[in-house]
Design a protein around this ligand. Structure first.
Ligand SMILES: [Zn+2]
Length: 308
């Protein structure tokens, strides 16, 4: 994960995709089943991951921070056994450049962050806590937990765009139509299993989680271990795919699935090993295209908590 000067400007990517004419007639939205980005600033605000990366809890502001704390405490009452719903990609989702152009990016529901943070707090030994620093840690941990899943979807699109630029053939939509949209068995869509695996894999090196307390980190891992196996097919492979060897083999297979638009490509997938790390690097900076969907109410409360 290097997000630096090598990132492409999204305008340049959009221009290239339009010249290649790789869109075709295809109803992406109905295949993935994810929500559309909300229209208008009132419902989605750019989220400052830099702000979220700070280890110090916000100062009491006589309103928004206190109400956020109350909401997390409320969610923690669900207890250490409960998990969020079956659909992960409605709590947060990725809007691809292929379909949403300048509105591309990662959208994270505020209500989902607070709910997840509560479930993390509930898994800290000793039970419910009212410690503000712990609650802030759980919120940070919940945001990056969802971010890492959705960022993987951007890396997949980045991989597909690179193929399209080299091969001058549509790859992203055919893959969605014939592979992602027609999953067979427990292991598909493979992309979702790998995205869930990335939720485990990226935590250790995530700069935004520096200074996170050990107990919040462990409680988040416990939540993921409880939750991911209870998600739908594909997703629930995430725990098994989190180890290096399984993750890389899965990524090799996904690469061939995208290139061939087939669930069972008959080529030698090991060749991807040589270019995989470069080919999946984010083409644009999804870290600066991450939005908070303010469905819980911070838009009414002057949300100093979120840094906007
Ligand atoms: Zn997903």
């Amino acid at each position: 994960m290097r997000e630096n000067g090598r990132m492409a400007k999204v305008e340049h990517v959009i221009e290239a995709l339009e010249r290649l004419d790789v869109d075709g007639l295809f109803d992406y939205q109905s295949v993935v089943g994810w929500p559309e980005p909300p229209s208008g600033e009132s419902m989605a605000r750019k989220l400052s991951l830099r702000r979220l990366g700070q280890a110090t809890a916000p100062k009491a502001d006589g309103g928004s921070w206190e109400s956020v704390i109350a909401e997390v405490e409320e969610a923690a009452l669900s207890g250490p056994e409960e998990v969020p719903g079956e659909m992960l990609d409605v709590l947060a989702w990725y809007a691809p450049i292929h379909t949403h152009r300048r509105n591309w990016g990662i959208y994270i529901r505020e209500s989902a962050v607070l709910d997840l943070a509560g479930r993390i707090v509930a898994r800290i030994p000793g039970g419910r806590t009212t410690d503000r620093q712990t609650i802030w840690g759980a919120i940070r941990s919940a945001v990056f937990c969802l971010y890492h899943h959705e960022a993987f979807h951007h890396y997949v699109e980045s991989f597909a765009i690179r193929l399209e630029l080299v091969e001058k053939e549509p790859r992203y939509f055919p893959y969605h139509q014939y592979v992602y949209g027609r999953p067979v068995g427990e292991e598909e869509p493979l992309e979702e299993g790998l995205a869930c695996a990335a939720q485990f894999r990226r935590r250790e090196k995530e700069p935004g989680l520096r200074g996170l307390s050990h107990e919040v980190h462990l409680a988040t891992e416990r939540l993921l271990e409880d939750w991911i196996p209870r998600l739908g097919p594909g997703y629930r492979q995430g725990v098994a795919l989190a180890v290096d060897d399984a993750f890389h083999k899965g990524q090799n297979s996904l690469s061939s699935q995208i290139q061939s638009a087939s669930s069972n490509p008959d080529d030698d997938v090991s060749r991807w090993r040589l270019i995989r790390d470069d080919a999946y690097r984010g083409l644009c900076s999804c870290r600066t295209a991450t939005y908070l969907v303010t469905d819980w109410g911070s838009r009414f409360r002057g949300a100093a908590v979120w840094g906007f």
